[in-house]
Design a protein around this ligand. Sequence first.
Ligand code: THU
Length: 130
Amino acid sequence: MYEELMRKACEVRANAYCPYSHFAVGAALLAKDGTVYTGCNVENGSYPVGMCAERVAFGKAIADGKTRGDFEAIAIAGAPAGESPDAPCYPCGMCRQVLMELGGGELKVVLHDRVYRMNELLPCCFALST
Ligand code: THU
């Protein structure tokens, strides 16, 4: 399920800018209208400035006019640069918060060989309003 989306997440990993961690992550975000937005991690010598692949993909989608609730699924692939992902790369806590706010609890999260829903990955989450 979502093999094509995962293929795109793996493909965009090649563009990751990760000279500090040497850990390359790719994300492919599927909007309900069928558009796919890809992202990779973009690190910085001032380490906290670095951006995760998932939030780069969401940023591209929002800049393109998409908004909260417009998304169906996101595939994430991560592994040391130069290696092929062979295990799930779970999204970090900060990304989970963004995935939940913009994707909602029913957003499908495709990790290696399993499809999760955001409700499973971030239960009882913070929100300003429902
Ligand atoms: N990274 C992501 O791109 N997504 C995540 O959900 C977790 C971590 C990146 C950040 C950093 O560039 C590298 O992986 C190692 O932490």
